[in-house]
Design a protein around this ligand. Structure first.
Ligand code: HXC
Length: 517
């Protein structure tokens, strides 16, 4: 039996806790700060509402005896886990402590993370994982791999049930990158790197020379790979992004997203009448439309610099969260290609899983033609968008701003992919293809036989444009519900979303569909 009276035991407890709170010690904390990073516990304190955090398995310790580990202390086994509130709503969290064995993930470390994840699952609360780790704890060998695999398994159990957000605030190497990849959103700081194999291994295997930053820095993992959804300047910024993101999301798949109470103006927005240039070939920035449709112009763009020909993100209309998917005419004319298809499809599926209505803004000339696109699998990548929209049962409202050509019109949530409302601006061109291309095919013989071929081409192009490059044929065929003045769009969309809140759509029971991959 331990010696000492009550007061002595309390003093001992305090001393033990004080030591735990210092993680790997003051020297390592200083090193963490010097590298521009916060400690695991500082990050927790910043993300959670004051005094709301309850830590779990505080005294957990590793039980490894290999490679001199016996007797070595690993406070909280290098990861802080627990539950608390963010802006008044509960979340579960794990925050790796780089000051303890480089935040490396051993058996107990991983079991703690899985416990917190199961807390999320049981209580229907989001899970946040702050990664700062050298990966699997080398001394623990296969036990750390087994631990990581349990985390991955739990990631999949949670997927589609509660939102999962990963913050990458330090190294994230090897298989460790796969836990974030299995979550819904990744926020990476500019101090962090993420890769499957680092520069040294790459040099050995392929001979390529690359720096860690070039390979796995936040910009690279956003711009080239599309792995990352948000880039943060530092830890504080990453936590701010995480809180803002949570504000748009429900806590679980059985809840609706939070409805922000307040007065929302539903007035005409005359500036929208000026967005589309008179010349149909002129580009414009679709964000100028989005920010005029969402409440207070508050739009949280996701994957801002990946596949910029499509814009995705969250906003609110009359207080309700909407997921916006918009072709971006400013980049490659808003064409749909492999990366933009992947980007859109994944976002649509996230919104559908968490009861977030979809607002689609259409201005696209179609799918990008080309050998590299075909060899890269544009058929199966593009099909993901079709699949995701058709499978989505949340309210779907589409607005055709300008070009809605060909398969891309269908793919961008046209009426027949289940759009509940389709509105079109007077500038909308709903057609199989652009007027120039169509005239060349339909009137090929007439153009060839004409004395003045150029004049004939112009005349037939004009004829096709006047017939199909308007929204009115689509309106006559019930493909468009209404042609509206751009300035009225926010009002129409808000009314549509309001009236669709009780939407129910039952599909035949099945294990799961097979989205093209
Ligand atoms: C045990 C580790 C560790 C690890 C770092 N440390 N990584 N201990 N297991 N994986 C320890 C270091 O020994 C050191 O301890 C402390 O953490 C800080 O590390 P430093 O190297 O001093 O820091 P830094 O220079 O910032 O470099 C950080 C790093 C580097 C880039 C993460 O440590 C590194 O490359 N580590 C190994 C990465 C790796 O190969 N991980 C295994 C991946 S395989 P002291 O006591 O000196 O402070 C994997 C498979 C998972 O993850 C598969 C799941 C299916």
């Amino acid at each position: 039996m331990p010696s000492g009276n009550q007061q002595e035991r309390i003093a001992e407890l305090r001393q033990r806790k004080h030591k735990l709170m210092l993680g790997g010690g003051q020297d390592r904390i200083d090193r963490q700060h010097a590298s521009g990073k916060l400690t695991a516990r500082e990050r927790v304190a910043l993300i959670m509402d004051p005094n709301s955090f309850q830590e779990l398995s505080v005294f957990a310790e590793h039980r490894c005896t290999f490679f001199g580990m016996a007797g070595k202390e690993a406070p909280s086994d290098g990861v802080v886990t627990g539950v608390g509130t963010v802006d008044g709503r509960y979340v579960h969290l794990a925050s790796q402590d780089f000051t303890v064995f480089g935040g490396s993930a051993g058996e107990v470390h991983c079991l703690k993370i899985v416990d917190a994840m199961h807390g999320s699952l049981r209580t229907g609360t989001p899970f946040i994982f702050i990664n700062d780790s050298g990966g699997a704890r080398i001394q623990e060998g296969i036990d750390s791999l087994s631990g990581y695999a349990k985390v991955f398994y739990a990631n999949v159990e949670l997927s589609g049930v509660v939102p999962q957000i990963s913050l990458i605030c330090g190294p994230c190497a090897g298989g460790a990158a796969y836990s974030p990849a299995l979550t819904d959103f990744i926020i990476q700081t500019r101090q962090a790197q993420m890769f499957i194999t680092g520069p040294q291994v790459i040099k050995q295997v392929t001979g390529e020379v690359v720096t860690a930053e070039e390979l796995g820095g936040a910009e690279a993992q956003m711009h080239y790979s599309g792995v990352v959804h948000f880039v943060a300047d530092n830890d504080e910024h990453a936590i701010g992004i995480c809180k803002r993101l949570l504000s748009f999301l429900p806590s679980n798949n059985l809840e609706d997203p939070p409805l922000l109470p307040g007065e929302y103006s539903l007035e005409p927005e005359p500036a929208l009448d000026e967005v589309i240039p008179d010349d149909p070939k002129q580009p414009y920035d679709v964000r100028d439309v989005i920010t005029r449709l969402v409440d207070y112009g508050d739009f949280m763009e996701v994957q801002e610099t990946f596949a910029e020909n499509i814009v995705i993100g969250f906003g609110r209309i009359a207080g309700r969260t909407v997921g916006v998917i918009a072709n971006q005419p400013k980049v490659f004319a808003g064409v749909l290609d492999i990366n933009s298809s992947d980007k859109a499809a994944r976002f649509i599926r996230f919104c559908n899983a968490f009861n977030i209505s979809l607002l689609t803004l259409i201005d696209t000339p179609g799918f990008l033609p080309g050998v590299s696109q075909e060899y890269g699998g544009i058929i199966r990548h593009g099909a993901k968008v079709l699949f995701a929209y058709a499978a989505a049962t949340v309210p779907k409202v589409s607005v055709i701003l300008r070009k809605a050509y060909g398969g891309a019109y269908v793919a961008m949530c046209g009426r027949d992919l289940g759009a509940d409302r389709v509105f079109a601006w007077p500038t909308a061109e709903v057609a199989v293809m652009g007027a120039e291309g169509a005239a060349e095919i339909v009137f090929k013989r007439e153009i060839e036989q004409a004395e003045d071929k150029e004049a004939a081409r112009k005349q037939f192009t004009e004829q096709y444009r006047n017939t199909f490059s308007t929204p009115y044929v689509a309106g006559a065929h019930r493909i468009v519900d209404d042609v509206i003045e751009p300035n009225q769009t926010r009002i129409y969309v808000a009314h549509a979303l309001e009236s669709l809140q009780t939407k129910r759509e039952l599909r035949p029971a099945k294990k799961h569909g097979l989205i093209p991959l």
